[in-house]
Design a protein around this ligand. Structure first.
Ligand code: NAP
Length: 273
């Protein structure tokens, strides 16, 4: 049996096994995708064990996306830039780390016809997901980027080609109109569903709102955006996209958009209906 899985600390509510088994079925590949909950001190051993077992590929989630990097043989360019790995390929006993949150975010934009070229964006948060989003925006022609952080004065590790503004939340109300806001904080995620990371009035300055959160289907931020007649997109397509991109790396093949979209529709029904 070909081995795939997810390495993390607390994985009880993960829907990755469901998503990956749908992908494996969609591309006619055999295998089992299991959850591997481990303590920090077990991460290195886990990687060695996967190698010994001949695992094909493993995803990595909170809080080990950075920790795992020091135990891998090679790191892809985008993962180096972001400083986090969420996908490991085991090829001829060599371990290679990638970041498919980056790719998944790009797939979400494409699927929703969100054009970022020369546009003005506001990214909320400065954690792992924010870094993938910022790297993608930077690599794909964003015009202007502002990062909002509770510790705006303390951030030092977001270094990309251009220098971006990093502001505290209190300054959002002073901003001029922009194109897109991307929530990369957990504010509004289940069970804290009555929290919105910014005031409703500030949302009026944007034409598109993307929330990386996928549980609930519609966060308070997205609800406000819809009430203001803005384009509002949740993070489910990115979740599917990062899983598909991992499978593409593991199998060294492209997966067609018709397979991706049918998996997305299926997961939507399973998760939200
Ligand atoms: P993380 O590394 O913990 O970063 C979250 C960031 O949000 C923090 O660095 C912090 O930035 C900010 N933050 C945290 N608590 C906050 C609060 N109470 N109020 C305001 N800001 C707060 O987490 P992550 O991995 O980046 O994930 C962030 C969110 O994205 C989660 O909801 C996760 O489920 C979602 N996500 C979705 C996908 C997908 O595929 N759709 C992929 C990855 C993550 P500052 O300290 O700078 O304020």
């Amino acid at each position: 049996m070909r081995i795939y899985g997810l390495l993390g600390e607390s994985l009880k509510h993960s829907i990755s096994p469901m998503i990956h088994s749908l992908i494996l079925k969609g591309i006619n590949e055999e295998g089992t995708y299991e959850l591997y909950e481990v303590e920090k001190q077990e991460v290195k051993n886990s990687i060695n064990k996967f190698k010994e077992l001949g695992a094909v590929g493993v995803n990595v989630t909170i809080p080990y996306k950075t920790e795992v990097m020091k135990y891998l043989d090679k790191i892809s360019e985008e993962a180096k830039k972001i400083g986090a790995v969420n996908t490991i390929c085991f090829k001829n006993k060599i371990t290679i780390g990638y970041n498919t949150d980056y790719t998944g975010f790009g797939m979400l934009l494409k699927n929703n016809d969100i054009d970022i070229y020369n546009k003005k964006a506001l990214v909320l948060g400065s954690g792992g997901a924010a870094k993938s989003v910022i790297a993608y925006l930077n690599d794909n022609g964003i015009g202007e980027l502002t990062i909002v952080s509770r510790g705006a004065n303390k951030i030092e590790d977001i270094h990309y080609k251009k220098q971006y503004d990093i502001i505290p939340y209190a300054e959002i109300s002073k901003l001029e109109n922009k194109d897109i806001i991307i929530n990369c904080t957990p504010c509004g995620m289940y069970p804290s569903v009555d929290i919105c990371p910014i005031e409703k009035g500030s949302i009026a300055k944007f034409s598109t709102v993307v929330d990386l959160i996928y549980n609930p289907k519609e966060t308070l931020l997205l609800k406000y955006a819809k009430e203001l007649d803005k384009k509002a997109v949740n993070g489910l397509y990115m979740l599917i996209g990062q899983a598909v991109a991992a499978q593409e790396l593991w199998h060294d093949r492209k997966i067609s958009s018709s397979i991706i979209n049918s998996i997305y529709e299926r997961v939507k029904v399973e998760k939200y209906d």
